[in-house]
Design a binder for this molecule. Sequence first.
Ligand SMILES: *[C@@H]1O[C@H](CO)[C@@H](O)[C@H](O)[C@H]1NC(C)=O
Length: 243
Amino acid sequence: MLRFAVILFAVITSSTCQKYGCLEGDTHKLKPSPEPNMHECTLYSKSSCCYADFTVQLARSPVIKISNSYWNRCGQLSKPCEDFMKKIECFYRCSPYAARWIHPSYTAAIQSVPLCQNFCDDWYEACKDDSTCVRNWLTDWERDRSGENRCKNKCIQYSEMYTNGTDMCQNMWGKSFKVSKSSCLCLQMNKKDMVAVKYLPSKSSEESSSSSSSSSSSSSSSEERACQKKLLKFKKLKGEEEE
Ligand SMILES: *[C@@H]1O[C@H](CO)[C@@H](O)[C@H](O)[C@H]1NC(C)=O
């Protein structure tokens, strides 16, 4: 996914009037629309950037490959780990929110999508005993002529490849994701995201606070409070049924 051949093509197609449309990847629609018959990624069925057909290949377990990327190059992923991979794939392919973090020069790619710390920690926990041969899943594969991915390096455990959930989230998909300092203004690929996105600034309006210890500005802390309040309401409404 998010591959460069695709990206090159996508850059050519104009990105004018793209205000929260869809990313410009090979499987993306122009605009999100309802997909009542999704097999997977149903979180986005009310407004989806992928067609229901795309999700068929994600609906089976184990997932062998998506487009021309094999998921099992170091053996089958465990079910819990695979489930997290699916969440990420669903977000990238289907989420109507993804384009808020569109990469400025590669319109098929995302940049600095804020993930919740607990999401990254749970993901790491789910995958730590599984194996992988790439640290960066976008760039570290060898691609054969048909574009299929192969290992260049030997397979090692996730726990050897990444030190912790933060390291994994911020490196596995290049610069696509970052871990948010907030526990509310972040995505965790469930229904709570609908609350969070209301208060999340898109990437462009947010300063890139890379490593410098940025004290939260007054505007972001008021967003934080509003988000927390809304999330509390949301949890009550839902009676904490999910997850
Ligand atoms: C996670 O690992 C990084 C190094 O890759 C380290 O800087 C950071 O402190 C670690 N975080 C935690 C919570 O252990």
